[in-house]
Design a binder for this molecule. Structure first.
Ligand code: SDX
Length: 428
């Protein structure tokens, strides 16, 4: 049997033979299918890209039915068990796990770039004290494009490497500063003796002690959460990164756009929405009534469902295990009982089962963040920090892909047919 698709256009009786490659047909092969002269040829119509491959990528593999997630071929469970975040960021960005020497060089490079230009601090001072930290994050990352003029040289590999190190390092510092700004405390400068995640906690929580010492259990738990959030193939924000990057704008501006997409409650803003949902439910006894409202179409069970995972999100399984370790240190988050009851009921309820709705990465992560002392509106920022590695890796892959051009989809036009201009005095 040939790897082709035979199409008969019943409007003309014409047959077409289209090649099938890597499980796809090229949409542009459909343009030859015309009903008659003047016809521009068939397009496909796929709102929200439910069944459209927009690129070929070697970074992350997901099997939604089997609940499989692999970065560059390595199962997420093994990476979460054995690696630290910077090691995984290296894998995602450069395609291989680093040797000890490569990891040390990489770690040093990131450490050397954690400082922010003093002007960036002045910029952040301009935000209201209670400004949402994700809004501060998006604005400040975008503003970095005004600092690093070499970022516009998107086809200069050395320039790209410099922006990569700057971004991986500085998004954590920007996040730290935005948090300190929101609670009216002084900015904490990076401590180069600490790990990437330990230093992040330092920039957030250091008080008057001479040297901040992160709790090793919390430091490791957050590091694993960063690993789990580092990439997820063509999700909404990564697609935004690729679309914006396709115009060859600098990576800071593209990442600001990607972070804006991540902020939506249907995407990375879901972790904050889950906590607000749990607090709104208030107690286990109110769970059945809440579930009934969701089934009646009144709101969604935030943290449940996924476009790709039609079984348990493998990241949620790992996060649930980490939660127990964190609560050993911080004390159990009382909202966990409500979350567990929601999951128990939803996993046996026909409404959720038939729609294949399972807990996703956002369902339990917020409980950990809250127990670690993060405010709810900081949760999307905690998602954006590690996802910067994935966004940058996809941006690099896009620029190296000779098939890619500026993103410019087509449309089905529904507007008025051509009509003549109507002078103002003739309009009704
Ligand atoms: C992330 O893409 C990624 O990889 C994202 C991510 C990543 O790492 O980048 O994994 C991170 O964004 C995780 C998702 C976080 N979002 C939420 O938890 C918000 C709640 N979930 C949903 O809104 C929803 O499940 C989505 C957005 C995640 C997926 O939506 P789809 O694939 O577009 O599905 P849909 O909206 O078409 O829903 C299909 C059906 C509908 O019912 P019917 O119209 O068929 O009757 O399922 C229902 C929906 O109403 N449904 C839900 C639901 N999610 C879907 N009903 C109740 N609660 C939910 N959470």
């Amino acid at each position: 049997m040939a790897d082709t698709l035979t199409i008969t256009d019943n409007r003309t009786g014409q047959k077409y033979e289209l090649p099938i490659q890597e499980g796809t047909i090229r949409t542009t092969d459909l343009k030859q299918i015309k009903a008659g002269p003047g016809d521009t040829g068939l397009m496909t119509y796929d709102p929200a890209f439910l069944n459209t491959a927009a690129c070929r990528s070697a970074i992350t593999f997901i099997d939604g039915d089997k609940g499989i997630l692999e970065y560059r071929g390595y199962p997420i469970e093994q990476l979460a068990e054995h690696c630290n975040y910077l090691e995984v960021a290296y894998l995602i960005l450069f395609g291989e796990l680093p040797t000890e020497a490569q990891l040390n060089t990489w770690d040093d490079a990131i450490t050397q770039h954690t400082l922010l230009h003093e002007n960036v601090k002045k910029l952040m001072e301009g935000f209201q004290y209670d400004a949402h930290p994700m809004g501060i994050f998006i604005s400040t990352v975008g503003a970095l494009s005004t600092l690093y003029r070499d970022a516009k040289q998107v086809f200069d590999q050395e320039a790209r490497n410099r922006q990569c190190v700057r971004l991986i390092a500085k998004v954590a510092s920007i996040a730290g500063y935005s948090y300190r700004h929101s609670i009216g405390r002084n900015y904490v400068y990076p401590d180069n003796d600490l790990s990437f995640t330990g230093n992040f906690l330092n920039m957030l929580f250091k008080m008057t002690e001479l040297k901040y010492r992160p709790n090793p259990v919390l430091e490791r738990a957050l590091d694993i959460l960063f690993i789990l959030h580092a990439d997820h193939e063509q999700n909404c924000s990564t697609t935004a990164m690729r679309v914006i990057g396709s115009s060859h704008v600098d990576p800071y501006s593209a990442i600001a756009g990607a972070a804006a997409a991540l902020w939506g409650p249907l995407h990375g803003g879901a972790n904050e929405a889950v906590l607000r949902m749990l607090e709104g439910i208030g107690s286990k006894n109110n769970v059945p009534a809440f579930i009934a409202r969701v089934k009646a179409g009144d709101g969604r069970l935030m943290g449940f469902g996924h476009r790709i995972y039609k079984s348990y999100d493998p990241r949620a399984t790992i996060i649930k295990r980490i939660a127990d370790e964190v609560f050993e240190v911080t004390g159990r988050n009382p909202l966990l009982d409500i979350a567990l009851e929601l999951e128990r009921i939803a996993l046996q309820d026909e409404y959720f089962v038939t729609r294949k709705l399972y807990p996703n990465v956002d369902f339990y992560s917020g409980l950990i963040y809250q127990a670690m002392g993060f405010p709810k509106d900081f949760f999307p920022v905690l998602f954006a920090i590690p996802r910067t590695a994935g966004w940058f890796a996809h941006w690099e892959e896009l620029l190296r892909d000779s098939e890619q051009k500026i993103a410019r989809p087509r449309q089905i036009y529904l507007g008025p047919k051509r009509r003549e201009f109507l002078p103002r005095d003739k309009r009704t």
